[in-house]
Write a protein that binds this ligand. Sequence first.
Ligand code: GDP
Length: 455
Amino acid sequence: METTIVALATPPGAGGIAVVRLSGAESYRIAAQVFRPINESKKVMEAKGYTALFGHFIAQDKILDEGVALFFRAPRSYTGEDVIELSCHGGMVIAQALIEACIDAGAVPAGPGEYTKRAFLNGRLSLTQAEAVMDLISATGRQGAVLAETALDGALARKIEHYKQLLVELAGHLAAWVDFPEEDVPELQQDNLCQTLDEVLAGMQQLIDRYGAGAVLRQGVDVAIVGSPNVGKSTLLNLLAGFDRAIVTPIAGTTRDVVEQAVMLGGIRMNLFDTAGLRETGDVVEAEGIRRSRRKLEEAGLVLAVFDGSCESKQEDRELAQACAEKPAIALVNKSDLEQKFDDTVLQGCFSKVVKIAAGQGEGMQELEQAVQEVLGVANFDPTAPCLVSQRQLAAAVAARSALKEAKNAQSAGFGLDAVSVCVDDALAALCELVGENPSETVIEEVFSEFCVGK
Ligand code: GDP
């Protein structure tokens, strides 16, 4: 960590201001070369932490722009090092020139997530909190952001610490009993043992159950809109998008490629994919569109299968319903404003929810919203409760759950407390891994490689 890093901390592109951030032991020296305070009695090298100076940014001896430098002295900064934030005017040209001037003065470009990695290595953040920072940046909805904030606040780490304490006490007791039988250590009450294992197991199960819904709130979900031609798929997409995104005509086979549009529904970011109507066709372009529709149906996190309520159900409706049976899928029986001829029984057993709508009239959207929330498990989701925020954490929680189940099996099968003790140790190791205690170099690399540059 001897290097001093520099990167743009704000998103690239046009904007009111752009912030270029320096972090490392040389930050002050480098800033003194690229920033000159307007008030000549002020010196960059002497600027105290948590202060700001107004001045000119200098590149190749010329004034580039005017702006503000914000100073943070180690260890009271995001990274724990000397940090200086240089706020110049927005737009890429000035910020880029300023970054180049910093590099000329000795800074090196920061890698992905390097600021947060330094914060972690300097003990400013735990690994779970660092993962939460990434989540907060990429959160797509307000609930997702609350969720990431909860993790950033350390709620997950505190919860896991509680479970670790319980297991440490148990492991200590078991080890004493197993290793020093002659010392007259009182045998553990079976009830106490069971209670502790059950409590931690239930906690793990709850975290694992909440993971999917949390991921939906944080990252959104891919939603495939599928159905026969002319049932109203594009009308639904346009209604949810709030504008005419897809072409709507009474001519079957109008949508030939997959049309993508992100919308918010019930606090969830949904990446909608309006697909070509599923039907037999001799048209090669339409056939390729239909192949893509089927693939989207397989890949999506949620399927909205649209049926025409004003038509009698056909064999292809039955086939579509069967194709949805294994997926999180909602059946939308559209055109409820017309006389209904559709036989709902073809949908039975294939969908978690069946909702009647009239996309053309915008009717049934509240019911649709509620159905989406229920099927994705976010209906009664408390975003302020602890939640796992990465695949890495999920894998560790699953490992802890398996070890705890084995401990319970070993106990009930009467294998003896030494067998239970080994499983409890394994569960404890998985919990330590979950909160990122003593992580390996590979784990650290993996976590931070997913960050963007500048964070
Ligand atoms: P797609 O081929 O499945 O994408 O279907 P479209 O969205 O292009 O709609 C096909 C036809 O059905 C168009 O003429 C729409 O105006 C009409 N339509 C869509 N939704 C409704 C509805 O709720 N009620 C009625 N009466 N017509 C609808």
